[in-house]
Design a protein around this ligand. Structure first.
Ligand code: BES
Ligand code: MN
Ligand code: ZN
Length: 482
């Protein structure tokens, strides 16, 4: 699919579909005036009588509108420019393209989106997200990317920046959507290696032997139940001087989480291919950051394992020794993500980082607390956390800070080892998990992001098919671009 800037005559040049974004100030738009004139005043009439709505994401389809050189006119509401949610542009563009992508289309032209670079990049990337569904293994696709999307009034640089964002979000979504018999530690590591085709990225893959030599006992403990060997992948990108301390991005990559001997019920296990979304998010961010050649030094570390059951799997009561030397008593084999991350965070410390952020589908408790649309932020450094929150707010992605009181740490004291891998009972589960992770970051500025809710949709939304969402890829690419 091509995406390009368009500046020819709106009325005279033909297209298959015309998407018209309409905000409450539509009467001031010169493009709308042109289209209205071509339709003999019909458009204005329909808007005034509220047949066509300017409310956010409200859509109206008009087939073969008289006077316009298009088979389909799709209007989509953009609300009021003064008081609109930061995600309206990306979601409106996505929702419109999702409708249009229900069948094969040639040229789709989009008009009526005007605003800051940030919101326009959001629209372009949103459109790319909207027209890609979870059709990886379907003969009859549910969504078809059009041949071309033309953006009226956007400059080419803005369109191409949006394309990089859109491709990276869709890359993350595809990894999350791949089934666990296709995507497992080795194949996910291969996907990461592909990013190394760009000369500015160096990729290092640790196999089982290396993980043993490195003493990654926590990660290896989880991996023991699977016949598929684990991996730890390190990607390095230098966009600043060599002596500038890097930002380290860490991702949980449990390619399938059965719960282990603390086995999940079928309903809860069904979607647990999504448990590598943290790793996929990190890879999506790296993919875009490299293409933008951002001015930061970045290290990405992803821990890849399957959490399964076998005669050799880790058990309740086992004690694992993490790479840091801390000993961990296993009280629940379903609290595996923090074990994988414990060793990844320790490897992160070796990079002498300026700051660390980790992404993980870590706890159901975070979904209970914040719902399915908001990622939980937990930190040892308020400044780093609020920088992330601000970037997410600006992009219209939802995050919210959760408390990190010292007393949560008391709950993870071990009986015979240094710590245990769950708190006391299930209350406060998102925070006790974060406090466990904090044991492995020393005093480096660190923010943990629990994406268990937003990373995966059980059912489709108007602006995104079900499955992986690519949440926070855009936020971090924008954050690193500033
Ligand atoms: N991968 C799950 C968390 C999860 C739940 C992700 C729902 C996405 C959707 C994680 O490994 C897990 O099982 N956590 C346990 C922790 C508990 C045993 C302390 C949980 O949340 O129940
Ligand atoms: Mn689990
Ligand atoms: Zn898990």
């Amino acid at each position: 699919m091509r995406c390009e800037s368009f500046s020819n005559d709106l009325v005279l040049s033909a297209c298959d579909c015309l998407v018209l974004g309409l905000d409450t100030e539509w009467a001031k738009s010169s493009e709308l005036a042109k289209l209205n004139e071509a339709t003999n005043g019909l458009l204005k009439q329909l808007i005034e009588t509220e047949e066509i709505s300017t409310k956010p994401l409200k859509m109206t389809q008009i087939v073969a509108p008289a006077g316009l050189q298009t088979k389909l006119l799709l209007t989509v509401g953009l609300g009021s420019p003064g008081s609109r949610d930061a995600n309206v542009y990306s979601r409106a563009a996505a929702a419109a393209l999702k409708v249009i992508a229900s069948k094969k289309r040639g040229i789709v032209r989009v008009v009526g989106f005007q605003g800051t670079g940030l919101s326009l990049r959001g629209a372009v990337s949103g459109a790319m997200v909207g027209c890609v569904g979870q059709d990886l293994f379907r003969k009859e696709k549910s969504l078809y990317q059009p041949d071309c999307i033309q953006w009226v009034g956007l400059d080419e640089a803005t369109v191409q920046a949006g394309v990089i964002l859109g491709e990276s979000i869709n890359f993350t979504r595809r990894l999350v959507n791949l089934p666990p018999n296709y995507l497992y530690p080795e194949t996910l590591a291969d996907e990461a290696k592909q990013l190394g085709r760009d000369d500015s990225v160096k990729v290092e893959v640790w196999d089982r032997k290396r993980l043993e030599a490195e003493g990654c006992g926590a990660l290896l403990g989880v991996a023991r139940g699977s016949v598929r060997d684990p991996r730890l992948v390190i990607l390095r990108y230098n966009g600043a001087a060599a002596d500038v301390a890097p930002t380290v991005l860490v991702g949980k990559g449990v390619t399938f989480d059965s719960g282990g001997y603390s086995i999940k019920p079928t309903d809860g296990m069904l979607t647990m291919k999504c448990d590598m979304a943290g790793a996929a998010t990190v890879l999506g961010i790296m993919k875009a950051a490299v293409q933008f050649q951002v001015k930061h030094n970045l290290v990405a570390i992803i821990g890849l394992v399957e959490n399964l059951i076998s005669g050799d799997a880790f058990k309740l009561g086992d004690v694992l020794t993490a790479r840091s030397g801390k000993t961990i008593e296993i009280h629940n084999t379903d609290a595996e993500g923090r074990l994988v991350l414990a060793d990844c965070l320790n490897v992160a410390l070796d990079q002498k980082p300026a700051r660390i952020v980790d992404f993980a589908t870590l706890t159901g408790a975070c979904c209970v607390g914040l719902g399915l649309e908001i990622s939980g932020l937990m930190t040892n450094n308020e400044a780093w956390q609020s920088e992330i929150k601000k970037a997410a707010d600006a992009c219209g992605e939802y995050t919210w800070p959760l408390p990190m009181h010292a007393f949560f740490t008391e709950q993870i004291a071990g009986k015979i080892a240094d710590i245990k891998n769950v708190g006391e009972g299930r209350y406060g589960g998102a925070m006790t998990a974060a406090k466990f992770l904090q044991e492995f970051v020393a005093d480096v500025a660190w923010t943990h992001i629990d994406i268990a809710g937003p990373a995966f949709l059980d059912s489709p939304k108007p602006w995104c098919d079900a499955g992986g969402t690519g949440t926070l890829v855009r936020t971090f690419v924008e954050l690193l671009s500033n």
